[in-house]
Design a protein around this ligand. Structure first.
Ligand code: GLN
Length: 484
């Protein structure tokens, strides 16, 4: 079964269906690949024994004719999703020994539809970061190497999830996207990742970063693989008050490859200063591919685009500071004893959180404090609403929007930006859709001059994940991107 690792999720499901391989065989191949690629540090916790038990149970179900949407497929779970009985760290020292007594809704859905858990993937601490370097559990690398041979970041925050899919140590993985954490790592690792509309997938049991922005989604090798996995993850959950009660369509059936007459918007504000020529060229190429397939390319304007990053970096830290108040050494995770209660809080939080998390807590506390609340937080909320309205206006004219996913290819782990603001600029193309809660997907569409993957981003109307997947499938077919 030497080529088992080359199968897409769709291929694997049909090979399992035809009894060409069993879930145990497929899972064993992935466990061996986890061993072989351990230097990438894509996993914080590997769970091979659980995986084999789940695979055996899946094979038994299949033999009994009980076949779920993800039956027998080995997946990695971002270590932000609570998994019952399996340590869930959120990439933080403060949760190093946290073993949830409950299962997140998304993982419950995946496992009840037959998915097999290989382990918990690496991420930036509490999903705060764009390079996976704020993880307490060490840097994660992308399997892609440029000619210089230097290790590249897989992106972040879902760096381990993206690296694992690219390195074939998982067939697909879950991710979460607050400001770009699925789309940017997908672009850097040459794979496909989708963040659905806010409210589409339940946040219940996902460690909270910025609750009004956090949204689960997934990574896979192909657009179709994203469609299958998202189908298994999505749906209303009464346990999440922001979950939307709306039927989940058959995403796979919506991938027809027919985009004749569709209008695709090209926002001129995404042509940012200093954008490398090769990204500009790739974007142009994407427009040509869509036009060749019968779509109409429409110039649009989203004038508030440059306000998105500053807005995000007020709202996200504000919500983070409030969400992270619960890590007090009493109820969850790490506790460092102190002389009195205040001292215990200070020591626990001082030692438990890393630098970036502390920075966000301080910014968040500041923008929420009396006297600054109106000047910063409330103003940011108003701008956010305007950004949403701007998108909704544009969606009266177009069906979807095409942009590059990131303003550059993956940077090396050694030369990663050291000042936080330069790091934040990575999210310039992904954050606006996050603020507006819109669905977005990144697919690999070409290579940089150094031979590293470059991604294109497709954004859609609220709840039109099917449209996004369909437009992306046309780009995917035209690009013919060579996976690792
Ligand atoms: N890079 C962004 C941040 O640091 C987005 C992270 C995310 O989407 N979780 O906040």
């Amino acid at each position: 079964m030497s080529n088992a690792l080359d199968l897409t999720l769709a291929d694997a499901l049909s090979a399992l269906e035809k009894k060409e391989l069993s879930s145990v065989e497929l899972t064993e191949a992935y466990i061996a690949q986890m061993d072989a690629t351990r230097d990438l540090n894509a996993y914080i916790t590997e769970t091979p024994d659980i995986a084999l038990d789940m695979a055996k149970a899946s094979d038994a179900r299949r033999a009994a004719g009980d076949v779920g949407l993800m039956e027998g497929v080995p997946v990695g779970i971002k270590d932000l999703f609570c998994t019952e009985g399996t340590r869930t760290t959120a990439g933080s020292h403060i949760l190093e020994n946290f073993v949830p007594t409950y299962e997140s809704t998304v993982t419950t859905k995946l496992f009840s539809q037959g998915a097999v858990m290989l382990g918990k993937t690496n991420l930036d601490e509490f999903a705060m970061g764009s390079s996976n370097q704020t993880s307490y559990y060490g840097d994660c690398a992308s399997p892609w190497k440029a000619a210089d041979g230097k290790a590249r970041t897989p992106g972040g925050s879902s760096g381990g999830s993206a690296s694992a899919v690219a390195a074939k140590s998982a067939l697909a993985t879950t991710g979460t996207d607050t400001g770009g954490s699925i789309r940017q790592p997908a672009a850097f690792c040459g794979i496909t990742g989708i963040k659905p509309t806010y409210g589409r997938c339940s946040r219940w049991g996902v460690v909270a970063f910025a609750s009004s922005l956090d949204q689960p989604g997934c990574f896979g090798r192909t657009v179709e693989d994203n469609a299958i996995m998202l189908q298994a993850m999505a749906g209303y959950d009464p346990k999440d008050s922001t979950s939307i009660d709306r039927a989940v369509p058959d995403y796979r059936a919506q991938i027809t490859g027919d985009i004749k007459g569709k209008k695709i918007g090209i926002p001129k504000e995404y042509r940012v200063d200093g954008m490398p020529q090769e990204i500009e060229k790739l974007w142009q190429q994407g427009m040509d591919w869509l036009r060749d397939a019968g779509a109409e390319i429409v110039d649009i304007s989203l004038p508030l685009t440059d306000k998105a990053l500053p807005t995000y970096y007020i709202i996200a830290p504000a919500e983070a500071s409030s969400n992270l108040a619960r890590y007090d050494g009493v109820r969850y995770g790490l506790r460092v004893e102190g002389a009195d209660l205040d001292d215990m809080y200070a020591k626990t939080r001082g030692q438990g959180f890393g630098e970036e998390v502390k920075r966000r807590i301080m910014i968040g506390t500041y923008v929420l404090s009396a006297g600054y609340y109106d000047a910063y937080y409330n103003k940011a909320r108003r701008v956010r609403k305007m950004i949403l309205n701007e998108f909704l206006d544009v969606y009266n004219q177009v069906d979807a929007i095409l942009t590059p996913t990131t303003p550059s290819a993956a940077f090396t782990l050694d030369d990663a930006p050291t000042d936080p603001v330069t790091m934040y600029l990575n999210d310039v193309f992904t954050v606006p859709a996050s603020l507006a809660g819109l669905p977005g997907l990144s697919l690999p569409a070409g290579l940089s001059s150094e031979g590293l993957p470059l991604g294109l981003q497709v954004l859609g109307k609220p709840f039109e994940e099917g449209e996004v997947l369909n437009v992306a499938s046309v780009l995917e077919a035209a690009a013919g991107f060579q996976r690792l």
